[in-house]
Write a protein that binds this ligand. Structure first.
Ligand code: HEM
Length: 380
């Protein structure tokens, strides 16, 4: 049993990764945390088991009940084997080949956001780059018209902000309802007039030989919206935070930009911020402990894949989860991150954290970074 609250622990607000490493190092690999309302898994093999053993571990806790008024989280809320055909329908739309066509748009967006910052002494990286970039890219991916950007950005920011995690506040519930309306309109338009975009392709998809129904289609689009925005905002901001704290790493990227894909994986590992939850659906014995049906498990991915004794020294890490629900959008996420770093290092000289207004972080199943201000062209 450990006395640790992964949602509200004060140390997490300062540095989620340092604090979790402290907790991991002083805890058994499986610990019961009453303040977390369940078990915490700190070791990689145990986490892989939770991700890959569909007989004992379920994602059914990610359903409509958890998000008032929102559609089910398909394919995330479905257990194997039911999830398989739904997941395949989504994954087929997000293959590296399909994502490649977005590269020009992603690069142009990164240029527009980063080039004007280059001459400035400081920037609010989270607000000026990490937030707008994935929102525009999501709109392009889905086929949402660019003229709706301002409204969509305001709604998305409301929903993905730390306050927005409570879907029941009136402002967030209203934003959520409007997003669902926008996605439903888009689906209706593409049914009438298909185009070369993700929603039109999803309409053509079949699951078990049947076209995807309207409710399920909306559910999938909603999961892409929720899954593909705050995660990228966080990955960009945490990655940039590590770079801002490491002048040597910055120099090495400047000397050889071809190393960016490898460094991006390193940064993804160091900044693994999703701790996916699972529901135990059948009693199971692990490490001499019996987990009971109905128990909740927190899979502490960042702590596990950065543990000194971790064997994931290579490019493998748990930033995108694993097993039956491994991130369906990882090729898009990697494209966005690679282009971000390439464009950033093309325009921006040495940079460091703004220590007057340092980063602010928060715990939870998704550990958010809430502020990242940078000083640019710093002498180092
Ligand atoms: C760096 C950015 C991202 C990170 C760190 C990330 C992380 C994750 C993780 C950890 C999971 C597994 C959740 C679980 O097992 O409970 C997941 C699932 C998922 N992600 Fe991502 N994600 C990112 C970007 C994206 C993007 C850009 C999209 C789509 C446009 C996306 C779509 C999804 C979907 C659809 C699932 C559910 C897959 C399934 O249930 O089969 N993600 N993501």
């Amino acid at each position: 049993m450990i006395d640790f609250d992964p949602n509200h622990d004060a140390g997490l607000a300062v540095d989620v990764f340092q604090r979790l490493e402290q907790i991991r190092a002083s805890s058994p690999p499986i610990a019961y945390a009453p303040k977390a309302g369940g078990w915490m898994f700190f070791r990689e093999d145990l986490i892989q088991k939770a991700f890959s053993d569909g007989e004992h571990f379920s994602t059914s806790l990610f359903n409509a009940g958890a998000q008032s008024g929102a559609p089910d989280m398909i394919p995330l809320c479905l257990d194997p084997p039911e999830n398989g055909p739904w997941r395949m329908a989504v994954v087929r739309q997000l293959t590296p080949g399909k994502i490649k066509r977005l590269e020009g748009f992603v690069r142009a967006k990164a240029e527009t956001l980063i080039a004007p910052i280059a001459a400035r002494p400081s920037c609010d990286f989270l607000k000026e780059v990490a937030e707008p970039m994935p929102i525009s890219i999501f709109m392009e991916l889905m086929g949402l018209p660019a003229e709706g950007y301002e409204e969509f950005r305001n709604l998305a920011v409301q929903i993905i902000s730390p306050e927005g995690l409570d879907r029941n506040t009136p402002a967030t519930a209203a934003a959520n309802a409007r997003i669902i309306e926008i996605l439903a309109d888009l689906i209706a338009q593409r049914r009438e007039e298909p185009r070369d975009d993700l929603v039109s392709s999803l309409i053509q998809e079949t699951v078990a030989g049947e076209p995807i129904g309207p409710r399920e289609l909306l559910a999938i689009c909603y999961v892409l919206f929720l899954g593909g925005l705050d995660t990228v905002v966080n990955a960009m901001s945490y990655g940039m935070r590590f770079l801002a704290m490491d002048a040597e790493l910055q120099d090495s990227v400047r000397r050889d930009p071809a190393t960016i894909p490898g460094i991006m994986e390193q940064l993804l590992r160091r900044s693994t911020f999703v701790n996916p939850l699972r529901l135990v659906k059948k009693d199971i014995d692990l490490e001499g402990i019996t987990l009971k049906a109905g128990d909740i498990v927190w899979n502490m991915c960042g702590a596990a894949s950065n543990a000194p004794e971790s064997d994931t020294g290579g490019p493998r890490h748990l930033a995108f989860g694993g097993g039956y629900h491994m991130c369906a959008g990882m090729h898009l996420a990697r494209l966005e991150l690679r282009v971000l770093y390439e464009t950033w290092f093309k325009h921006i000289g040495p940079f460091e954290l703004d220590t007057d207004e340092g980063p602010i972080m928060a715990g939870g199943p998704t550990m958010l970074i809430k502020r990242l201000k940078l000083r640019l062209n710093a002498a180092n």
